[in-house]
Design a protein around this ligand. Structure first.
Ligand code: TYC
Length: 128
């Protein structure tokens, strides 16, 4: 098969079509393959990371926030207390940084747990 070498020509400001590179779309080497070009990435991209943020509110008890940080983010009492107080004073704080699916699961777990206990605690995601 004729491989289209400029498929990923980063200097071209437009997508390069097979015809632009003299590939007629016909089988040129008799191997029965027509117009298929694949390019594997030499360097696979790292999965992007997301911060899980906790937001302050006036009603959720401090003890509950500490419990959440221990339960879902595996913090010890000291660390959880420090993060809770940071959120209480600054309005927002980072609970941890995770790949997207794990971060999303943590947010859902925290929000479900807060709802079940009738607290307005809010948790969200932000690209790291
Ligand atoms: N501000 C809350 C209070 O005074 C405590 C609190 C801390 C709530 C952190 C939410 O993410 C939070 N009871």
């Amino acid at each position: 098969m004729h491989v289209i070498s400029a498929l990923a020509d980063s200097t071209a400001p437009w997508p390069i079509r097979a015809a632009d590179k003299g590939d007629s779309g016909r089988d040129n080497d008799g191997d029965g393959q027509v117009g298929i070009a694949t390019k594997t990435r030499a360097k696979p991209k790292k999965p992007s990371q997301f911060k899980v943020l906790m937001l302050n509110d006036d009603y959720t008890p401090m003890e509950f926030v500490v419990m959440v940080l221990k339960r879902f983010f595996h913090m010890d009492l000291e660390q959880a207390t420090r993060v809770m107080l940071h959120v209480h004073q600054k309005g927002v704080g980072v609970c941890g940084i995770f790949p997207y699916e794990i971060a999303e699961t943590k947010v859902n777990q925290v929000m479900d747990f807060a709802r079940q206990n009738q607290h307005p605690l809010q948790c969200t995601l932000e690209k790291a």
